[in-house]
Design a protein around this ligand. Structure first.
Ligand SMILES: [Fe+2]
Ligand SMILES: [Fe+2]
Length: 190
């Protein structure tokens, strides 16, 4: 019997991968939150924070969100209700917001690492806002956007997006040798 990748298979594989990405993003958010919780009694390891931001830029911001954009752009063509349309547009706008926020935080952290005087209270506030934004964003996707995509997208839609996704590997999965090996150890130790 020849195994054929059915719509269900491709859809399930892609959804598993998106959910796995969310698990990694959520893990990094928890690690960031934990790292800041002890301040000012405990020092913040800013180079570890910098690694986390590099990971977020290299994979979720460069691969995960753009591929979700492809899925959700296709959902917009499927005759949505006004409420559903609004949900999709809000989500797409949040992708742009998250990507520019990661970049801004990375610039702040680089300044701290270079001993430039930076208002730490404001940076920590920005991180708090960022962590909440990421969590709300993923919750909306899990609750509303993913079910919408699963209900409305055609086998061709899933196939096209899956093909693009296939060439991008989450560097967090490259555990022992990858650039993010120490980050992975750091966040899984806690
Ligand atoms: Fe997203
Ligand atoms: Fe997502």
């Amino acid at each position: 019997m020849v195994a054929v990748a059915s719509k269900e298979n491709i859809q399930t594989q892609l959804m598993d991968r998106l959910n796995n990405d969310h698990f990694h993003i959520a893990t990094v958010m928890n690690a960031l939150e934990k790292m800041f919780a002890g301040f000012p009694d405990e020092d913040i390891d800013w180079s570890e924070v910098s690694d986390m931001l590099s990971y977020l830029q290299e994979y979720p911001d460069s691969v995960h969100h753009p591929l979700e954009d492809q899925l959700f752009d296709r959902v917009l063509d499927k005759g949505l209700t006004p409420v559903e349309r609004e949900l999709v547009h809000t989500n797409l706008a949040q992708h742009a917001e998250i990507i520019s926020a990661t970049l801004r935080l990375d610039q702040d952290v680089n300044q701290i690492l270079n001993d430039t005087v930076v208002p730490i209270g404001k940076v920590l506030e920005d991180f708090e806002h960022y962590i909440q934004l990421q969590r709300t964003h993923m919750r909306n996707e899990n609750t509303h956007l993913f079910p919408l995509a699963q209900r409305l997208l055609t086998p061709e839609d899933w196939r096209d997006v899956a093909a693009d996704y296939a060439s991008h590997v989450d560097p967090m999965l490259d555990l022992k040798q990858g650039r993010f090996a120490s980050l992975f150890e750091y966040i899984t130790e806690r």
